[in-house]
Design a protein around this ligand. Structure first.
Ligand code: GLP
Length: 262
């Protein structure tokens, strides 16, 4: 696991976008796993800018989103499908048929989850999975106690998550759907590479637990410690609680692999 500390949340987001852009340029038919949340908005804005200014080409890219609320239709402005269309898909030259978000209004949710797993496999698996982190340690919507080998399924959201995500639902946690479809922790760990972005003071405590604490189902993000190629990009504020912060800075400042990014 590599933890990269950048001075500000903006610089951290721009580095994340750059790494995605480089992966896409290296493999135009990249299978890209995508995340939602406020943290990702800057990443998607910069990818859109790279498309506009530098012709970053999404025409062969395939995408799979981590999750979607149960009971929220794709055209609903609160859906993650709507979020993705607005923040990224409508702003780049991606073929919408190549973009996948679990269907939260499927009549058979278990069948939808199985279909989603098959669709990922049919594309050859996820090359690069973008991740945020919830204040309770969730990745996707894998809440505390999610099996570290779980697959795409229906998950009941914690009250902490419903509070954290209330902003999109007029600030009222009660209006946040109680359940979501989410890729499992095992599905995420099957990605060839994981790229997490965590910024701001509300992530300081959970980040330290996830990357320096024990691997535990109570903190699903801690499963990334077992992934052979995971990079966690954070800003100085989120890194405040890391005991190994100095070592992380040393790696970024000396490792040849990061020379072009310093
Ligand atoms: C939602 C998503 C998560 C994301 C989290 C972080 O809960 N399901 O995948 O990591 O938001 O949100 P934010 O970036 O707004 O803190």
């Amino acid at each position: 696991m590599q933890i990269i500390i950048r001075p500000t949340s903006e610089i951290a987001a721009l580095l994340t976008a750059r790494l995605i852009a480089e992966a896409l340029t290296a493999k135009p038919d990249l299978v890209l796993g995508l995340a939602t949340g406020r943290t990702m908005e800057r990443v998607y804005a910069d990818l859109a800018r790279r498309h506009l200014d530098h012709g970053l080409d999404f025409s062969s890219c395939r995408t799979f989103n981590l999750d979607e609320y149960v009971g929220i239709a794709p055209e609903d402005p609160n859906s993650y499908r709507h979020y993705m269309n607005r923040h990224l898909f409508e702003r780049v030259n991606i073929d919408l048929r190549n973009t996948h978000v679990p269907n939260g209004v499927a009549s058979d949710l278990a069948a939808e989850c199985a279909r989603y797993e098959r669709a990922i496999l049919a594309c050859g698996g996820i090359d690069l999975q973008l991740l945020g982190i919830g204040t309770d340690g969730h990745i996707g919507f894998n809440e505390p106690l999610a099996s570290l080998r779980s697959r795409t399924r229906v998950e009941i959201l914690t009250s902490a998550t419903r509070r954290q995500n209330a902003g999109m639902f007029s600030g009222d946690p009660e209006r946040v759907p109680p359940c979501a479809l989410t890729m499992g922790v095992g599905t995420i760990l099957d990605s060839r590479r994981c790229l997490m972005l965590a910024t701001g003071s509300e992530k300081t405590d959970i980040l330290a637990k996830a990357v320096e604490g024990p691997i535990t189902a109570m903190i699903p993000a801690s499963a990334l410690q077992m992934h052979p190629d995971s990079t966690i990009i954070v800003d100085e504020t989120a890194a405040t609680g890391l005991r190994g912060a100095d070592y992380c800075r040393t790696i970024f400042n000396t490792a040849p692999a990061w020379a072009a990014y310093r």
